[in-house]
Design a protein. Sequence first.
Lengths: 225, 420
Amino acid sequence: MKILIIEDEKTLSDAIVEYLDGEGHLCEVVYNFEEAIEKIELYEYDCMVVDINLPGGSGLDLIRLVKKKSIAVGIIIVSARNSLDNRIEGLEIGADHYLTKPFHLAELNAHLKSIHRRISFNGNNELVLNEIKLIPDEHRAFVLDQELVLTKKEYELLLFFISNKNKVITKAGLAEHLWGDHMDAADSYDFIYTHIKNLRRELLKKGCKDYIKTIYGLGYKFDLT
Amino acid sequence: MSISLFIYLFGVIAFYYSLRLQVDGNVNNEMEKRKMSIIRQMEEAHSSVSQPPGRNEMVLVRPVEKGRTADRFADTLIYNKEEQRYQLFRQLGFTETVNHQSFQVQIFKSLEETDSLIVSIIMTMTVLVILLILTLLIVNRYSSRMVWGAFYETIEKINRYDVNSHEDFALQDSDVKEFSDLNRVLHAMTERLKNDYLNLKEYTENASHEIQTPLAIINSKLELLLQSGEMSEKQYKALADAYEASIRLSKYNSTLILLAKIENKQFPESKVVSPEAILKGLLESLDDLIRSKKIEVVKKFVPDITVMMNPYLAEMLIVNLVKNAVRHNVKGGKLLVEVGENFFRISNSGSEISVDENLLFKRFYKSTSSPESLGLGLAIVQKICALYGFEVNYQFRDQLHSMTVTFKNGVGTALNSEIS
């Protein structure tokens, strides 16, 4: 997948590129509005990660421009402004997701993956990973062709793990992805553990290898190596 | 007033006596002259002479044994048979010796006329002065209403001045130079205050916005670092702590930005919102958390209750109250959610804590039990309630902590026009 990252903060865009490294994407990075326009007019991208406040202009204008060229392009806005208006406007003009800085890289990656699935298979896809098979559109998962009995949250958890395979995922990132912004009401992430435990038990029951590793109380890793 | 009256009274008395003194002096002089003429006549006649009484005057002459005595002036009252009353006379007594015979002479001069003159002068004066004082009072009251009106209005304006308000601090012009000077200086001062305040506010807001990006960098770099592998548990632990801290920092920051936005009234548009719908959606998304704490949720909804307010703020208001109620709940506790005719109430189980209700809504006030909380939730609740004129109250009853938000009907609409 060809991804254009438009983010004026060089260190941040570097971090994004580094995280996406090894996922088989082709990432290009620009740091201001003019460069972005140039790239958008010259090349075609499958996906765009765009900051709204850019030197030289607004990321929203870039989205309008790229949307005119291609319908299928996936767009993720990353903005420091957690303004409802910005969010609504961004989504209205065709952005797929709106992430507020600071965001979890795992979260961004999961969104990119879902865009990737949409684009590559026109939504009609299967996600196969060793003995695990997911049909995201139907929210179903299989291990060695036996269907897993999962709750909605457990399924989402599995999908998030697979999207960020071989990566350490923090509990905070996990909680935010699955339960949204309100999880700061929790005084501990204990409730996540219940879901992980159930998911792991179900996977093992169907003959799956134990891929879910706990990393020192910090988070988890779906380790395929 | 009382001082001027006192001065006036004193003045009248002094005036009376000074007039009296003047008149007495005159009368004395006249009587001296009369005395000289009587002496002359007596010397010419070599005996006592009966004097024909002059106008307002009587002269008594009678022989006495003794020799001469000194002249003596005095006031005296004499009974007037015709008018049957006492009249005031001035009297001069002296002795004169003619042909070795001493005579005592007494001259009486009526003071009736001069006295009535003095009285009428004083009366006229009094009337004049009273008239003068009255006019002064009336003019004074009228002019002070004119002149001080602007002053009192200025005071009232200063009293109501709020550096946070967006109204212009306009002062009424005054004809009095001192007051227009005062107004000018006050106006300049409030402008300066406001500018300083706005600068400071803008600075903090900008700072908050600018902080988000470096925080994003810190977070993403830490997350990258986590992926590098081959780390000891100790290193992981340190990384995890740093990661948690930076997430918390960014949450603080975005909450502070939200507070500033509420203060700046940056959520103008109001819609009809249903607290019930918000609560139901919220409870659903918090379901896992609520179940993990084994909290029993009790809902009591009066159907079809709506409020006119900004939908985002409505959600923020409810979210913060419910989050609080979940966070401070005890394992196996109760979460009571009520929507009534003009209020909604979120209650949660918990042991009694001695809290000052005023402190509760302060920023960064925390109960010790929950170090994870930001301490800003109730500050947001209070700000939103203040914006819409809602009342928010805390209560502890039957082992339940309750937060009640009372909204008056139609408040939302009224507010809408105020903001726009």
